[in-house]
Design a protein around this ligand. Structure first.
Ligand code: 13P
Length: 306
C-alpha cells in the first residue's frame, strides 16, 4: 500500500466516521513500533515529524520513515508536525513528506491566511496536502509556549472563513486539549458543542492536537521506576471517541509514546543492572510503544479500516 497523502487517509476517515492517529517519531524504534502496530491492527496511520525531530534525526530519519512507511501493507502518510514557516514546509516536501502542517496559529488571522495559502499553493502543485490551525492550544509546542490563560478556543465563524480563504485541506482546532503530560486540573473539559458547531460548517477533516491519554498505569510505572513527574492527566478516552463522532479525523499523539519508551527503558535498566546491549533495552521499549499505539488505534476506530 505504502505512502499516500494525508488527505487521502483523512478524507476516508471523516467520511467513515473514524479517527486516524498521527504518532510522533524521532527514531528507528518509534517508527518501527508505529508501523508494526498499524499493520497488525490493519489501520491507516500518519508518521508525524516535528522540526525538532528533523533536527534530531536529520534526513536519515525521513529515509527510515519512507522505507518503513513505503513498504507497509497499510496506507501511511509522512507528515510535518507544526511547520513554522513556508521554508520549513518546502524543505519537508523536498525530503519526501506527503503532508505538511503550517502552524501560523500564533499570528493574526490575515497573516495566518496569507502564509497558509502560500504553502497550500506550493504543496498542491506537487501533490502534497496541508494542515493549518486556527485558535491556540495551551502547552509547550515546538516553537511556542502557550500558557493556559493564553489558550484561545477556535471560533466556528472564523474557522469557516479561514478554510475558504486559505484552501487548507484539514484543520487543527482548539477545543480544550493541550500538549504535554499535564492537560488540566482534573479531567480536561472538551468543548464538544464548539466542535459540533465547527464540523457543521466545515466538511474538511478536523484535527485534534494534544490528544494523549497519559494513562495512569503508565505514569505510575514511570514513577515506580524512579522517574519524577508532577501532576499528570490526559484526555479521557470517551472524549476522544465522542470527538471522532463529531468530526475529528486526525488525532495527534506524542506524549503517550514518550512515556511508554522512557518507562520501559527505566524498568529494564533498573531490573537488569548488568545489561548494556542496546537491543535488549530498546527492544522492550519498542514493544511497549507498539502496545500503546495499537490500543489507541482501537479507541480511534481506525483498526480494521485498512
Ligand atoms: P500530546 O502531547 O497530547 O501527545 O500531543 C501531541 C501533539 O499534538 C503533537 O502535535
Amino acid at each position: 500500500m505504502g505512502l499516500v497523502t494525508g488527505l487521502e487517509i483523512l478524507a476516508a476517515a471523516r467520511a467513515g466516521g473514524y479517527g486516524v492517529g498521527a504518532f510522533n517519531t524521532n527514531d528507528l524504534e518509534i517508527t518501527q513500533a508505529i508501523i508494526e502496530a498499524a499493520e497488525e491492527a490493519r489501520s491507516p496511520v500518519m508518521l508525524a515529524l516535528s522540526e525538532g525531530a528533523l533536527k534530531f534525526g536529520g534526513p536519515a530519519l525521513v529515509e527510515i520513515c519512507k522505507y518503513l512507511g513505503g513498504g507497509a501493507k497499510v496506507p501511511v502518510a509522512i507528515h510535518l508536525d507544526h511547520g513554522s514557516s513556508f521554508a520549513s514546509c518546502m524543505r519537508a516536501i523536498r525530503l519526501g513528506f506527503t503532508s505538511v502542517m503550517i502552524d501560523m496559529s500564533h499570528a493574526d488571522e490575515a497573516t495566518n491566511v496569507a502564509e497558509t495559502k502560500r504553502v497550500v499553493e506550493a504543496a498542491h502543485a506537487v501533490g502534497v496536502t496541508v494542515e493549518a490551525e486556527i485558535g491556540r492550544l495551551g502547552g509547550i509546542e515546538e516553537h511556542v509556549n502557550v500558557s493556559a490563560e493564553d489558550a484561545t478556543l477556535t471560533n466556528p465563524v472564523e474557522a469557516e472563513r479561514f478554510m475558504s480563504e486559505s484552501g487548507a485541506d484539514y484543520l487543527a482546532v482548539a477545543i480544550g486539549t493541550s500538549h504535554g503530560a499535564f492537560k488540566g486540573k482534573g479531567r480536561p473539559f472538551i468543548d464538544h458543542a464548539r466542535l459540533r458547531a465547527i464540523a457543521a460548517v466545515l466538511p474538511q477533516p478536523l484535527v485534534m492536537h494534544g490528544a494523549s491519554g497519559v494513562p495512569t498505569a503508565l505514569v505510575e510505572r514511570f514513577r515506580a521506576a524512579g522517574g519524577v513527574m508532577g501532576d499528570a492527566i490526559g484526555i479521557h478516552e470517551d472524549d476522544v471517541r465522542q470527538a471522532v463522532t463529531e468530526g475529528i479525523a486526525k488525532i495527534n499523539t506524542d506524549t503517550d509514546l514518550r512515556l511508554a519508551l522512557t518507562t520501559r527503558v527505566r524498568e529494564v535498566l533498573a531490573s537488569k543492572l548488568e545489561e548494556f546491549d542496546p537491543r535488549k533495552i530498546l527492544g522492550p521499549a519498542r514493544d511497549e510503544m507498539k502496545r500503546v499505539v495499537a490500543e489507541r488505534m482501537h479507541v480511534f476506530g481506525s483498526a480494521g479500516k485498512a
